[in-house]
Design a protein around this ligand. Sequence first.
Ligand code: RP5
Length: 163
Amino acid sequence: MKNNKDLKVAIVMGSQSDYKTMQLSAKILKKMGIKFETKIISAHRTPERMYRFASSASKNNIGVIIAGAGGSAHLPGMISALTSIPVLGVPIESKKLKGLDSLLSIAQMPKGVPVGTLAIGEDGAINAALLAASIIANNNPYIKKKLNNWRHSQTKSVKKNPK
Ligand code: RP5
């Protein structure tokens, strides 16, 4: 693997329909100046694509994988089964069970194969990108500075009194 400056984040999702949520991860990474790629990979509909992606991720300089999936959301767990790169799972807010199905599928991993599970939907997609930035920032002072500035301006934007 190359040095940390070259590490990318991969944002993968089970379907085109997940992109509405997962584009929020991309937006944050762009702001942080972190290289990323986006892909549609379904654990159920394209299992071979998933296998190829996960087993070559390390050699492709991917440092963190953000995986969004809805319903029987096996994508983050199956990717984590195939690589030791940190996997952050975003439960997509499904139409039928409002994402509770996605959340439980992603969070309830058996011991030995971890997935860092975020909140359901948009908050989860945004926090997944911020967490990915924190992981990359551990060995990248440029990203650390960007992240700290972002946090600082968030704090500054909170008014003391409601109107
Ligand atoms: C999952 O099924 C996807 O992650 C998506 O959230 C859900 C529905 O997919 P579509 O039927 O909209 O393609 O695999």
